[in-house]
Ligand binder design. Structure first.
Ligand SMILES: Nc1nc2c(c(=O)[nH]1)N[C@H]1C(S)=C(S)[C@@H](COP(=O)(O)O)O[C@H]1N2
Ligand SMILES: [Mo]
Length: 331
């Protein structure tokens, strides 16, 4: 069934018998109950007050449910980041460099109509309308950790399907070894473009085998709804084993290439941001350690930093992609 959406105006499939929002709200309630039981009265009262303060819920955007993913490692049972935090603490430099800039300015981005152009070494190049991308494969819900290179992380229920599905559809040629992702750069809609921090448009890249890994998610929604603008509407990547900046937002073009593309962050500071950018607690950023992280929403009374995990905890799934590579050199 196709439903006309309120906010973005595009059509998307909607399945009446899957209610991921209800499912994860139940999960949250359960976790809250467990936490309160274990910690005793005072802490329970504090937690309850905290819960009331965080009443912001999704519900403003068009629903985009996804069936629970069967891909190995795709659903962590960790506590979800509050929707309010996930939509108000963002990196989307096209709208400014402060964490609240995207939430304040991203409504100016025009996401209708939207299409993604497929270029380069494929048998089926051309322009794919968002409507067709949405119908390409059934939507799945993936609960991924996202670890920013700045040292914070979130746990977000994303909605989409494996990027591999789109790649197969456009039939890459044997010579295609890399993908480049180009994102929207519109001066009138994006006040952040006035700043020269990045050589716009923001671009990113993956090696073909990374892009084909089932965990690499072509993402259209989060928390059971279409993506809010500040999180990269209407279509972005989420590559959970890499630092967050590899997960390009608001993608307009995908190029299939023989050579590795330069990436926006690599051009801006090559010694700090390499092509791979796999989460790696053993390789420090030149200006700070990457050994620990702050989980957004946990910066309360008893905050302890978390240990950052190799490949952000997805080593069992993706480790073999890098067998034999020197991960200090290939940072
Ligand atoms: N086009 C674009 N994509 C982007 C960015 C950006 O500035 N522009 N920032 C990246 C960074 S640094 C991070 S941590 C994630 C943040 O995604 P989120 O705001 O949905 O949590 O988006 C990534 N994708
Ligand atoms: Mo980031």
């Amino acid at each position: 069934m196709l439903i006309r959406t309120r906010d973005s105006g595009f059509d998307h499939p909607r399945s009446g018998d899957i209610t991921p929002r209800a499912v994860y709200q139940q999960r949250r309630e359960l976790l809250k109950t467990l936490a309160a039981g274990a910690a005793g009265g005072a802490l329970a009262a504090w937690a309850a007050r905290d819960a009331r303060a965080q009443t912001a819920r999704p519900g403003k955007l068009a629903p985009l449910p996804g069936a629970r993913s069967a891909v190995s490692g795709a659903v962590t049972m960790e506590k979800l980041t509050d929707h309010q935090d996930a939509t108000s603490y963002n990196n989307f430099y096209e709208f400014g460099t402060d964490k609240d800039d995207p939430a304040r300015h991203a409504h100016q981005m025009k996401t209708v109509p939207w299409s993604v152009e497929i270029e380069g070494l494929v048998n089926k190049p051309g322009r794919l309308a968002l409507e067709d991308l949405l119908k390409l494969k059934p939507m799945e819900e993936r609960v991924y950790r996202l670890r920013c290179v700045e040292g914070w992380s979130m746990v977000i229920p994303w909605v989409g399907y494996s990027l591999a599905e789109l790649i197969k559809r456009v039939e890459p040629q044997g010579s295609a070894k890399y993908l480049e992702f180009v994102t929207l750069a519109e001066n009138k809609q994006m006040p952040g473009l006035r700043s020269r921090v990045i050589d716009w448009p923001y671009t990113e890249g993956l090696r073909m085998d990374e892009a084909l890994h089932p965990l690499a998610l072509l993402t259209f929604g989060m928390y059971g709804e279409v993506l809010p603008h500040q999180n990269g509407a209407p279509v972005r990547l989420v590559v959970p084993w890499k630092y967050g900046f590899k997960s390009a937002k608001s993608i307009v073009k995908i190029r299939f290439l023989e050579q590795a593309p330069r990436t926006a962050w690599n051009k801006a500071a090559a010694n700090e941001y390499g092509f791979y950018s796999n989460v790696n607690p053993e390789v420090d950023h030149p200006r700070w350690s990457q050994a620990t992280e702050r989980r957004i929403g946990e910066d309360g009374l008893f905050t302890k930093k978390r240990k950052t995990l190799m490949f952000n905890g997805y080593e069992a799934q993706v480790g073999q992609l890098y067998a034999g590579m020197d991960l200090r050199k290939n940072y």
